[in-house]
Design a protein around this ligand. Structure first.
Ligand code: DAK
Length: 260
């Protein structure tokens, strides 16, 4: 597919997806959503050698300054619900993607932009990153999972403060709260994410996918996460990769995982 609002590049099995609307501070419009949907449901899954995905924003000012405010001024109640549902579906595709997805947060990550980072499995904050959920300034609430994932990541007390005050926080505070996994120099976000993905790329792919599933099951009210883990553990134990991993340990050599 020819993407218009995201740029897709590959570096040795790592996909770098850049939201490419620099003049609008990478605000998430309908095209960005439909292209992210396409990537995470069609293009990404078709890449057999994919290690993981990095999401970032074009330029050095913003990851994404929110949903595109100019697009949703004329929404009625049903239209807004449909838009929210669409966003939820896309963000679940990211959260449930079987390969690790890391947000390289190079500037403003506000509203839908902050929600997008939280749908990713990890967040690397550059020194200029600014996180916030300013929806109440606009008379709305987060519509893409922010009221849920922020609580999951930083706990109810601090999450409700950020959601009610619309305060922005910087990289260090995001790190202190557990929202950012690492803080790096501005411009180093993607490289740090690559470093993490290269390490994950040496592990057994099925075990990586099952780990993501199990962690997600912890927050899924329809699942018993512990029972989910029992099943996933059994499935991993039945893989060729487990045989290889155990053999490599005993033979004191590096495992050569095949994802089987
Ligand atoms: N949408 C559209 N355009 C945006 C934008 C946004 N979210 N944020 C910035 N831009 C555009 C600006 O309009 C400006 O465009 P021009 O006027 O030059 O054409 C350009 O980006 C540069 O922005 P500024 O001139 O404002 O740049 P500054 O450095 O002065 O300020 C800023 C940077 C990030 C502090 C400021 O741009 C700002 O406050 N931006 C808006 C932040 C914000 O409130 N974001 C929205 C959060 S609410 C929904 C589901 C979810 C949502 C909504 C509905 N439904 C299901 C219905 C989620 C909503 C949100 O994300």
């Amino acid at each position: 597919m020819d993407y218009q609002s995201i740029k897709v590049e590959y570096d040795n099995g790592i996909a770098i997806l850049t939201i490419n609307r620099e003049k609008a501070l990478n605000a998430l419009n309908k095209t960005v959503f439909s292209e992210l949907r396409h990537y995470f449901s069609i293009e990404g899954p078709s890449k057999n050698d994919l290690i993981g995905v990095i999401l970032t924003g074009a330029g050095n000012k913003a990851f994404a300054a929110g949903a595109d405010i100019k697009e949703f001024t004329a929404l009625d109640v049903e239209g807004a619900k449909a838009l929210s549902q669409n966003g939820h579906e896309v963000f679940f595709l990211i959260e449930r993607f079987p390969k690790p997805v890391i947000a390289a947060v190079n500037g403003f990550a506000l509203g839908g932009g902050c929600e997008l980072t939280m749908a990713c499995h990890m967040r690397i904050a550059g020194a200029k990153a600014r996180f916030g959920q300013p929806e109440v300034n606009l008379g709305i609430i987060p519509g893409y999972g922010g009221s849920q994932r922020l609580v999951q990541l930083i706990g109810k007390g601090k999450a409700i403060e950020l959601l009610l005050t619309a305060d922005m926080i910087g990289a260090e505070e995001a790190h202190r709260l557990g929202l950012a996994n690492h803080v790096v120099e501005s411009g180093e976000e993607v490289e740090k994410a690559k470093e993490i993905l290269r390490k994950i790329g040496t592990k057994a792919p099925i075990a990586i996918a099952k780990t993501i599933e199990c962690v997600n099951a912890c927050f899924d009210k329809n699942e018993n996460g512990f029972a989910y883990e029992v099943n996933a553990f059994g499935e991993c134990a039945g893989t060729e990769d487990f045989q290889e991993g155990a053999a490599a340990f005993i033979e004191k050599r590096r495992a050569d995982f095949k994802g089987k």
